[in-house]
Design a protein. Structure first.
Length: 104
């Protein structure tokens, strides 16, 4: 009994969807293909849209700048560690030379 009720609801729902599609297909065919509606937007909406685009472009520029600066930071830190190791070796050699000079 429950299956019969579910089947009836399914058939009625499917029929309703088909009915709506049949009525709306001619209207959908008349719509332009490129997505424009043919309605001119008001200047206020155009200016708001332009401001939002500018904000997003600035955000994208900040992301690019962040990546560049992060890369530069990594390079500088690598150079700093190499210089630190070289200075440590030089100090060690100087210390060893001083110890050798004192022993003589």
């Amino acid at each position: 009994m429950i299956e019969l009720i579910a089947l009836i609801i399914f058939i009625i729902s499917f029929g309703g969807i088909i009915f709506i599609l049949v009525r709306k297909i001619p209207v959908l065919v008349k719509l332009p293909q490129n997505g424009t509606t043919g309605i001119k937007e008001h200047r206020i909406f155009l200016s708001i849209e332009e401001k939002i685009k500018n904000i997003f472009s600035k955000f994208e520029n900040q992301i690019i700048m962040h990546k560049i600066l992060s890369f530069a930071k990594v390079i500088v830190l690598k150079a700093e560690t190499k210089i630190d190791h070289l200075l440590h070796k030089i100090r060690k050699k100087v210390r060893e030379q001083k110890e050798n000079d004192l022993k003589k």
